[in-house]
Design a protein around this ligand. Sequence first.
Ligand SMILES: Nc1ncnc2c1ncn2[C@@H]1O[C@H](COP(=O)(O)OP(=O)(O)OP(=O)(O)O)[C@@H](O)[C@H]1O
Ligand SMILES: [Mg+2]
Length: 461
Amino acid sequence: MTEEAGKLEQIRDITRIDRIGAHSHIRGLGLNDALEPRHTSQGMVGQVQARRAAGIILEMIKEGKIAGRAILIGGQPGTGKTAIAMGMSQSLGTDTPFTAISGSEIFSLEMSRTEALTQAFRKSIGVRIKEETEIIEGEVVEIQIDRPVSEGGAKVGKLTLKTTEMETIYDLGAKMIESLTKEKVQAGDIITIDKSSGRSTKLGRSYTRARDYDAMGPQTKYVHCPEGELQKRKEVVHTVSLHEIDVINSRTQGFLALFSGDTGEIKTEVRDQISIKIAEWREEGKADIVPGVLFIDEVHMLDIECFSFLNRALESDMAPILIMATNRGITKIRGTNYTSPHGIPIDLLDRLLIVSTVPYDEKEMHKILAIRCEEEDVEMNEEALAILTKIGGETSLRYAIQLITASALTCRKRKGAEVEIQDIKRVYALFLDESRSSQFLKEYQKDFMFSEIQTDTDNSK
Ligand SMILES: Nc1ncnc2c1ncn2[C@@H]1O[C@H](COP(=O)(O)OP(=O)(O)OP(=O)(O)O)[C@@H](O)[C@H]1O
Ligand SMILES: [Mg+2]
C-alpha cells in the first residue's frame, strides 16, 4: 500500500501541471491551535484582525450546529478578501462543502436568479448518510473450488475463514467464486466479504505467513489476523450535497446532468419531497446535515431581488454559512435607486457580521511579493524586490504582483540569472498601472475613439 502510494506520488510529481493562479500560494489561514494568526504562515501575511475573525467563523462551521449565519468581508480592492475566503476553504478540508460563486455569475446562467442562488445554497449543504452493512472478515485458511460436475453447471466451493478465536466453513456460490478469483484470494490472505453484495476485498496477507512468502515481493501488505467474531457490522458513511440529491431525483435530468453541469431548473416539488425524506432519515439517525459554506464574491453585483431571497434563505434550518465579500463603499443597490453601505440593503446588513480588511504596510507587502516570487519560481534580488515593494505601495499590490511575471520574462530575455532593478524598471515603463493610465487618458483623451461625452440620443443610435 505504502509502495503504491509512493508510486502514485511519483506520477503526480511528473505530471504536475504548473499553472499558478492568483491565490495558489494560499494554503490555509495560518492560525495556531488557539486560533491566533501567525504573522506569516500558510502563504498568508498580516491582515491579522480579519484572519482572527475568519478563524472564529471556521470554528463555528466546524461545530456544525450553527446554520444560517452570514458574514461580510469588506475592504479596499486587493486587501486579501478573496484570499481569506480561499484560506478558509483550504482549512475546512474536503468533508465540508464549500461553494464559491461570484455575484455576477448568477446573471449569466440559463435559469432564474433565485434558482441559481438556491442551487448554490444547496451545493453548500452536505448530507452525511450512514449505512450499516454486515461483513465477514477473517483470514483464509483454505479455499476449495470444485469443477462443475456437468458441462455448464455452476461452480461450487468451500471457504474456510478464521479469526484469532474462531474458524468457520462457508459454502461458496458462483458469484462469490468469481469475486474471489478476481481478487486472487489464497490461503493466508485477510479478506472481507460484504454480505449483501457478496463482494470480497483483500486487506493484505497475514503476519503469520510473513516468513513463508519471502518471494511475495516488497509490495505485499501484512496485516494482523482479525480478532473476535467473523461476522461484523460496519458503518459506511457517504457525504453528498443536497444539490446532488436534487439532480439525481429530478426526473427530467437524471444523474448524467451532474457531469454536464446542465442541471436546469429543479422543481419545487422535487425539493420538498427530498426535504421530507431527509427529515425522516435524520429522525431515524440515518443521516446528518453538514452545513458548509457558500462564498459569494463581489456581492454588490446582486440585485434587490437576490438580496431579499438571501434574507429568506438564511432563515431555513438547512442553510449553510454565507460569506460575502465586496470592495464597494456606499453605493446604489442594484435594481433600485437607493444607496446603501456596500450596496447591500439595510435589512440584510443587519443580519451580517462584518469583517473588514485594511491596506497592507510596506513590510507586509514585501513579504507577500516575496511569497509570490517563490510561488512563480522567480529569482529576484533584494534591491529589485525593494523597488517592487515601493511600486506596490504607490500603485497597488495587484499591479506589483503582475510585474513579477513580466520582469522575470525580460530577465530571461537578457539571459540574466535573477531579476534585477533594470528588469523592474523596464516593465514599469512598459506596463502602466491604473493611475498612470488614467493620467495618460486625460492627456490624450481627444485622440481616442468614443471618448467624447455622449448624450442619451447618441447612445440610442
Ligand atoms: N494577506 C495576504 N497574504 C498573502 N497574499 C495575499 C494577502 N492578501 C492578498 N494577497 C494576494 O494579493 C492578491 C490580491 O488579493 P485579493 O484578490 O484577495 O484581494 P481582494 O480583497 O479580493 O480584492 P477585490 O476587492 O479587488 O476583489 C491575490 O493574489 C492574493 O492572493
Ligand atoms: Mg476579490
